[in-house]
Design a protein around this ligand. Structure first.
Ligand code: NAP
Length: 216
């Protein structure tokens, strides 16, 4: 069993979600409000370790009125337990779970354990299927996946994403090293992931696209 997973992201018209080494504001105020409303509905919110290091996000609900108890559990995919101890994601505003692998240094695990829960899954990198199963057993039945590009690819590859919502901001970023919605090794032309378009909505000057995912 696994939690239901929605991948939510903002991207530019040319498919970028960030520059090579920094985040950027892609969608407008009303899309951000939508994202915070979404966060309220999910049990967990998941990101890759590079997103934590580059963006230092809080991953709480703070753009709409909410209680501390409304915050989803923050989940970081971090094989080597590299999450910086002063990251905002380790504050006391919500629970945090770091999923590390067996190769994470023990002394890093001990330090991080003072601030959050650590789950070990996988030998060298995080075994995402096993990790999601462990999260499900902890009563995390739904997860909002918020990137970045490398984690998005692995989550598609492992067929763990059920639904996708993408807000396209009216911007072009360009740059062959800029991050796209899905990077990683990529699929080949015969095994790419098929999506079924469910809706398209105008949000100010952005467009929100919603899809379900169809695995072969
Ligand atoms: N526009 C948006 O909506 C949006 C949203 C989120 C992020 N972003 C941007 O995305 C960028 C970060 O993306 P990124 O691709 O560099 O990194 P990422 O996806 O945030 O993190 C990837 C890292 O996760 C770890 N990991 C562990 N097990 C994994 C597995 N099974 N599969 C995949 N990753 C695994 C790996 O590091 P270890 O081997 O060290 O564990 C890997 O390098 C940032 O610039 C951020 O601003 C944009």
């Amino acid at each position: 069993m696994k939690p239901y997973v929605l991948l939510n992201s903002a991207m530019t018209v040319d498919g970028k979600i960030a520059t090579e080494n920094s985040s950027m504001k892609i969608s407008g105020k009303n899309d951000l409000i939508r994202v915070h409303q979404l966060r309220k509905k999910y049990d967990g919110i998941m990101v890759g370790i590079n997103t934590v290091i580059v963006d230092n996000p809080k991953l709480t609900i703070h753009k709409i009125p909410s209680e501390k108890t409304d915050n989803p559990v923050r989940i970081i995919i971090d094989s080597n337990a590299r999450t910086p101890l002063n990251s905002k994601i380790l504050d006391n505003q919500a629970e945090t779970i770091i999923i590390a692998s067996q190769k994470a240094p023990l002394e890093r695990i001990r330090k991080l354990e003072e601030k959050c829960t650590i789950i070990i899954s996988g030998t060298n990198s995080v075994d995402l299927k096993q990790a999601l199963n462990k999260l499900y057993k902890l009563n995390i039945k739904s997860i909002l996946l918020e990137g970045g590009s490398t984690l998005n690819f692995s989550m598609f590859k492992e067929e763990l994403i059920d639904e996708v919502s993408i807000c396209i901001g009216s911007k072009i970023l360009g740059g062959s090293n800029s991050k796209t919605l899905v990077d990683g090794l990529g699929f080949n032309k015969n095994n790419c992931v098929e999506l079924n378009l469910k809706s398209y909505t105008l949000i100010d000057k952005d467009i929100l696209l919603k899809y379900t995912v169809q695995y072969k």
